[in-house]
Design a protein around this ligand. Structure first.
Ligand code: HEC
Length: 472
């Protein structure tokens, strides 16, 4: 299965899990005449709080949940949920509800709650109309964002960001922060840890012969990385680099000869698995590419992107055959039907799209606004009968593939299910969560048969090393 994350997911966890950010050089000297009783000033009082406590994740570069606090206009524009500030109504402003912990996750994510005084300042400013900087009013200069080496302060458990069953169904691989765990698929017993990855392992794919595992990820804004692990020796066979940003999705061709990867760098690439060399660079998407899949006959490659499209490529020539452009928002996940005649996709518009595929083009077979929040993952059962999605609304839903009618639901997930994989015999569904747990459900009885279990060992805070300079 291919596993994509929400666009802010990996960076969010990357930073959030290891949060200890202190930004220096905030312009606290800019004093404006915010007299007693009058509304707090944006430039003098509100912006410095946001810069110090929030900008690490909400700058134009980090952009978590699409919310950018570099300046007043972008702050007011809001994020993934639209405007987060309702002028005059602090009680209805998502930003306030999140710093107060009334809407989860509490902000600043993973850090200490804001002091009551800061919250009161932000609320008073919003209640007074959330006015921007007055004409001519100096606004604190944006400090340079220096990202120190961020280490956990308390033991933390990595989220499960990718999952894959081996083709014989015996192994379950789980990807997390810098490592992959191989588990016995029936008992959940850890068998091995494959460590040394540069960052989150966001996607996993086994070779058809079960000899190796492709594990992909890489540090955001730096590079993408695919490691091929030999499953017998549990050693790295090859490391493939070439993407200029993190990889979200990896797939292996049905004959095991090619590996496909897609990245935040807007590209899809095909690699020769045995030589470890890039063989094609597929350029056509105009935004991050979150999902990739080979058709069951290996002739086509499909890619799903933040640019609201799914593209079908000819694997042999590397040519783009056509674009499916109905989605109203970014696509996070795709899955071919086992027959290869259809493809399903989902993403931020909460909608499942199913297209019929032909050589010259695709036609929409079904669409359904399926979930109450973004669709995170999609999987098509090996018998072709059901489509399973996980959603940011906290559910996993099983639907009839022909009608998209609901068949069953695993509701009340304790956290986002960012990773899904169906066992090759179609009997089990593995679900991995943002909170680091993993469960296996029986697809006959729709009951949980394994878990929830914690996939990774907690990472301990480092011992202090005086005199060492933080670097990245
Ligand atoms: C360590 C990273 C980090 C820091 C620091 C941080 N945030 Fe966030 N923020 C996130 C992540 C991740 C999300 C997405 C959370 C989710 O939806 O699960 C988010 C989402 C939000 C949202 C929702 C945006 C939307 O429209 O969906 C708001 C509002 C927000 N943050 C406000 C703040 C404020 C205010 C601060 C500072 C006091 C702050 N954040 C600090 C990581 C961070």
């Amino acid at each position: 299965m291919r596993l994509a994350l929400l666009r802010w997911g990996p960076c969010a966890i990357g930073v959030a899990v290891f949060l200890a950010l202190v930004l220096g050089g905030i312009g606290s000297s800019e004093k404006v005449e915010a007299g007693q009783g009058s509304a707090p000033s944006y430039a003098a009082q509100v912006q410095p709080i946001l810069q110090q406590k929030c900008l690490a994740c909400h700058s134009g570069a980090a952009k978590m949940a699409e919310l950018v606090m570099d300046n007043y206009d972008s702050l007011m524009k809001g994020g993934a949920h639209g405007p987060d500030i309702v002028p005059g109504k602090s009680g209805e402003s998502r930003l306030v509800l999140m710093v107060e912990g009334k809407v989860q996750p509490r902000m600043p994510f993973g850090g200490n709650p804001l002091p009551a005084g800061d919250i009161a300042t932000i609320k008073a400013w919003i209640d007074a109309g959330a006015k921007g900087p007055a004409p001519g009013e100096a606004s604190a200069a944006t400090p340079k964002l220096a990202i120190p080496e961020i280490k956990p302060q308390v033991p933390v458990v990595s989220p499960v960001v990718s999952l894959a069953y081996s083709r014989d169904g015996k192994l379950l691989a789980a990807g997390g922060y810098k490592e992959v765990r191989l588990l016995d698929a029936s008992t959940g017993k850890p068998l091995a840890t494959l460590s040394g990855h540069a960052d989150y392992v966001r996607s996993l794919a086994f070779s058809p012969d079960g000899k190796w595992l492709a594990a992909a990820g890489g540090p955001c804004q730096v590079s993408g990385e695919i490691r091929l692990w030999d499953l017998e020796s549990r050693k790295v066979l090859r490391t493939m680099t070439g993407h200029s940003d993190c990889i979200y999705s990896v797939a292996v061709s049905p004959d095991g000869k090619l590996i496909a990867s897609t990245s935040y760098d807007k590209l899809a690439k095909l690699w020769d698995a045995s030589a470890g060399k890039e063989v094609r660079n597929l350029k056509d998407h105009i935004d991050a590419v979150f999902a990739v899949a080979f058709s069951p006959d290996g002739k086509w490659l499909a890619t799903g992107s933040q640019d609201r499209s799914v593209k079908i490529w000819d694997v042999a020539s590397g040519e783009r055959l056509y674009t499916l452009s109905e989605p109203a928002d970014g696509i996070t996940c795709i899955a071919f039907s086992p027959s290869g005649k259809q493809i399903a996709a989902g993403g931020y518009d909460k909608t499942i799209y199913v297209w019929n595929l032909a050589d010259k083009g695709g036609t929409l077979a079904h669409t359904l606004i399926a979930d109450e929040d973004s669709i995170l993952q999609v999987a098509w059962s090996p018998d072709g009968k059901t489509i399973i999605t996980s959603s940011a609304d906290g559910s996993i839903r099983v639907r009839d593939a022909a009608s998209l009618d609901p068949v069953s639901v695993f509701g009340n997930q304790p956290d986002w299910v960012d990773a899904l994989s169906i066992s090759p015999n179609g009997k089990s569904l593995a679900a991995g969560r943002y909170n680091g747990t993993l469960s296996v459900y029986d697809l006959g009885s729709y009951k949980q048969v394994l878990g929830p279990l914690v996939a990774f060992e907690p990472q301990q805070p480092p011992k202090p090393q005086p005199g060492q300079t933080a670097s990245r």
